[in-house]
Ligand binder design. Sequence first.
Ligand code: EPU
Length: 343
Amino acid sequence: MALNIKENEELSLHTTFKAGGEVLFFIEAFSKEDLIEAVSFAQKKDLEIVALGGGSNTLFKDGLHNRVVIKVSIPGIEEKEVGENVEIKAGSGVSWDKLVSFSTKKNLWGLENLSSIPGSVGGACVQNIGAYGAELKDTLKEVFVFDLKNKNFTTLQKEECEYGYRESIFKNKKGYLILEATFLLKKNPSPKIEYKDLQKFFLPAGRQVKDLVPQTSEEVREAVISIRAKKFPSLKDYGTAGSYFKNPIVDMATYERLLKEYPDMPAHESEGEMKLSTAWILDKVLNLKGYSEGQISLWKDQPLVVVNDGSKSSEEIILFTEKIKKIVFDKLKINLEEEVIII
Ligand code: EPU
């Protein structure tokens, strides 16, 4: 089928922030062949390619983008038994949560803590999504990509993807379009419920640990869905990309300076440095939970989440978040970084 190339496409239709300008060309690729055609179209026009998945972690600036957005919508999920494990291969256009649900229906373990996260499998690989003590890189095996520089298809092993906290080779270098990702999941029960919110869910005060350990990955999935439903705004009603900022990672000296002033401040060690909690800082130090300006606000139940209630302008969102960053810096002398990709 011939490619459907849209011109001057409104980007607010393709991101969960529901804001931003237009792009000169917008192409959705459903197959390897589509992808090759879309790439050669962009290269002939000498235009920069921007890959898009579910659009749940991207904020496009206002105005006309002189680029080609390629929305990668490769479908399909396949599974293969490998001894004690099962390999699941998914097209990058598969909805992330559909993949998680597919795995928990078969009682496979490894993805259940990442339930209810919006976006596509491809986007999840770019972002190294994480929640409730699990990260994508814990179960990922390899990623099948198109290399834009060498113009060929290739497989990158997990170790080659340069994964870090919400970081990857795909986020930093932008030289690859992701087509498929393969995950290695366990058949043997391996619940990971150490994260505070999950402990509380499975171990209410006075109950016995042994009675409450989840028996199926579906149980953990349901717990995560119910925890998230209480904290995150619905994507149907609001424009949002989940956590807007990362949790800052600071050196020990900075941590100790802050701890003197805020003895209750939560933090976790991360490779010799300390990861702080942006949500806690915004809430407990700055009292900014629910803070709003115009149609933009910090979500009332989780201030790390920036919410757009109807604005089409990403400028409004950017000005708002720059102001939040300044308030944090003025008070604590630490820099917040965006988790969201701004283009
Ligand atoms: N907190 C407050 N007030 C609040 C909410 C939280 O003080 O209103 C404090 C709590 O004390 C809690 C701490 O902040 O101990 C951390 O909060 P939470 O457990 O909700 O997690 P988070 O660190 O704010 C991260 C991820 C989320 C992920 C959750 C759950 C980042 C940037 N965010 O948030 O990921 O769902 O953990 O694991 O790492 C996303 O990336 O889009 C995302 C939503």
